[in-house]
Design a binder for this molecule. Structure first.
Ligand code: PEP
Length: 243
């Protein structure tokens, strides 16, 4: 399988800005056939991504979803609504949603199942909250992962993309995790989900400098990029590292 290189814009970029972003990104990544790519704009700009990316090699999706298909859930967005906008990837359980919206592993599992039931690919984020020894981090993440994954039908588990995102490595003022730490964690995640064989991608302060040594690790199946990918030229440079 090709490496998977993606980004979430988080709460950044209007639909007008997303259009401009794709105008720059599109020609830069069209020749990069060695990787699969996705972008996750805010809900308000998914329609613009669909308009600009249709027929291109970059997929698009959403940063969250409600687990119900419809109903009295003010402000929420459902899986069928995302399918209608051509989404193929949906991020679930990012640490900022766990922190800001109190999302539990159980609630996250409901969302993962909703995404799978509607034929899209969930990107399930996991990661230890603070820097700690790799063995302890692996224990934490294994428990967190299984707490969600044991609620997913066995035959569907391989379709879930796991994003390993150590919380301490995410966001302004943080640095990417050491490639050896990432490799050990990814190997542990693959071990825990033995038999399912999902893609496991790394996220946390990836940029054009840190991408290569991390992507070069044996158990790293791709990268999930935040801040650095808000610059389409840098995002294209990161994708260009995948061979
Ligand atoms: C993230 O929050 O998922 C992320 C990868 O962010 P950043 O690259 O900005 O640390």
């Amino acid at each position: 399988m090709k490496p998977l290189i993606g980004t979430s814009f988080k709460m950044n970029l209007t639909s007008t800005e997303v259009r401009r972003y794709i105008e720059v990104l599109g020609p830069l990544v069209e020749p990069l056939t060695a990787c699969d790519m996705f972008i996750l704009p805010p809900f308000t700009a998914i329609w613009a991504a669909r308009e600009c990316l249709r027929g291109s090699r970059v997929a698009w999706g959403a940063q969250d979803v409600h687990h119900e298909a419809h109903g009295a859930h003010t402000g929420d967005v459902s899986a069928p609504m995302l399918v209608d906008l051509g989404c193929t990837f949906v991020e679930v359980g990012h640490s900022e949603r766990r922190r800001d919206h109190g999302e539990s592993d159980e609630a996250i599992a409901l969302k993962v199942n909703a995404v799978l039931e509607h034929g899209m690919t969930p990107i399930l984020c996991v990661g230890e909250p603070t820097r700690r020894r790799t063995t302890e981090a692996a224990d934490y993440v294994s428990r967190q992962l299984l707490s969600t994954m044991h609620r997913i039908p066995v035959q569907m588990r391989g379709q879930v993309v796991i994003a390993y995102e150590p919380v301490w490595a995410i966001g302004v003022g943080s640095a990417a995790a050491d490639p050896q730490h990432v490799e050990t964690m990814h190997a542990a995640i693959h071990g825990v989900l033995d038999g399912a064989n999902p893609r496991v991608i790394y996220g946390g302060s990836v940029d054009a400098t840190t991408a290569a040594p991390i992507l070069g690790q044996a158990h790293v199946d791709g990268l999930f990029v935040g801040r650095a990918a808000l610059d389409p030229v840098e995002f294209a440079a990161i994708a260009g590292i995948a061979r």
